[in-house]
Design a protein around this ligand. Structure first.
Ligand SMILES: [Zn+2]
Ligand SMILES: [Zn+2]
Length: 148
């Protein structure tokens, strides 16, 4: 059995930063995870990146197809290429396509989906040895970003 979440009642909608690319997702992902690998960390601008694994036919680009650009990562740990698909206008990564299984799945950034971080909570973490484990008690917390 896979770790599927409950299927949502309506397709979920998502967009890049500039909303030039808009997409919808049919049904539940096969998995939702946070990954701390070097690629994900660099791309997320933090220690990890949260993504949901969908079959290609579950992901529909509603508009902005012409804005989609692809960067192919070859220095992967699996040895198989991975396509990073991003918006050429705002630079936002939309999903990656691991070629290990012939490109059948899209690994979609859940933060791009409306309420995605709560509707698609992650259930697994990968490369957990690369977590920074900064002590929460050492972090001063603000509701907004003061002074910037
Ligand atoms: Zn964009
Ligand atoms: Zn990763």
């Amino acid at each position: 059995m896979s770790e599927s979440t409950e299927p949502p009642t309506a397709p979920m909608k998502g967009a890049c930063l500039c909303s030039g690319v808009q997409f919808s997702l049919d049904g539940a992902p096969e998995n939702v995870f946070i990954c701390y690998c070097t690629h994900c960390s660099k791309n997320a601008g933090g220690e990890g990146q949260i993504s949901a694994k969908f079959r290609r036919q579950q992901v529909h680009v509603e508009c902005g197809e012409q804005l989609l650009s692809v960067w192919t990562l070859t220095d992967t740990l699996s040895g198989s290429e991975k396509e990073k698909v991003f918006c050429s206008r705002c630079g936002c990564t939309l999903w990656t396509v691991p070629m290990k299984h012939g490109g059948t799945h899209l690994i979609v950034r859940t933060s791009l989906v409306e309420d995605g971080l709560t509707r698609l909570p992650y259930r697994m973490e990968f490369f957990s040895s690369q977590k920074t484990n900064v002590a929460a008690s050492a972090v001063k917390s603000f509701d907004t970003m003061p002074g910037y």
